[in-house]
Design a protein. Sequence first.
Length: 391
Amino acid sequence: MGRRLRVEADGGSRGNPGVAGYGALVRDRASGALLVELAAPLGTASNNVAEYRGMIAGLEAVLRIDPSADVEVAMDSKLVVEQMSGRWKIKHADMRALALTARDLLADITQAGGSVRFTWIPRAQNGDADALSNRAMDGDHVAEWHDGAASEDVSASAQAPDAGVGLSPEDLEPTKDTDQLPVRPPRREGEPTRVVLVRHGVTDFTLEARLDGRGGADPALAPRGHDQAEAAARGVRALVGDAESVVISSSLRRARETAEHVADALGVTPVQVADWDEQSFGEWDGASVGELVAADAAGFAALRDDPAFAPPGGESHEELTTRVLAAWEAVVARGGTVVVVCHRKPILVVLAHVLGIPHDRIWRLAGAPGSLTAVEAWPGGEAVVAFTNRT
């Protein structure tokens, strides 16, 4: 295997679709040296197309630098990372075409003896690629090849250094080509953010098995829901003790009312963050599960199984994931102890993210109304789940 490289890629669209561009760079993971910076405008395109194009540009640069490299592709696009890792289906025709192009590049790297893995990173850690993509949206073309990288008129084989040069003993430890895990556990530096995720208590919609999402009827807690919220508040108080805490709730009424019980127990004032809202079910909001199965069994199955599917006028699981993980990273960045009162699907999104659970298995995680889930998380993605679904 050749060099150890890291691709950082991003793309953007002002209007989605609108004026679009991508940015990508390649670093040497052994030395940290910046090898390549790339950016190009794309005319009118969507965010996702631009993100794919940035990833493709980065892989093309890798093939010129060292086709046999061990490559990490790091992006803040959950969609691209999950689709290229094979965990999410690709339904959109534009995405499928770009994914096929990318897979051809992956095959070229693999055939040359290299390997590629995809890693999701928070937006704050992808600032260099984001800055390049913004330059592209402003109309700039960037193709800067720095020392140590192949140039357009020099072959990659002539530029590739000896695989042993500049590597530490840790870098030379044997790994499997297909192994997605680090050789040794990542270091956890500093104190973690201690997060308690609380699912709201029941409403009449919950008791009647009706969809109740963002933008819907927004019912209040049922009497039983207030009992569950009070029990959750006692549980949170027992868990966090006298630690200085922040209580965040979604903007939906059932979460706000549950958060009031929790905040009273802790002696704080809750803060609303709408990104923690439940998924929007659009025209299906308020319908019972039985009604949906009878009217559109295939559509209801897609709502559960296909992360790209959105009900009419509603939101897909992928879109939900994007906003919830942005809210999650903001919580982790706060530090200290944070209690988030929200909904089942946002809690599933967080657990799937920190545990690496593919979409087709997230429903194996239970999440009762009024339940508590505790996670310790460090900036950079490392996390430990202490427990889930405690009532």
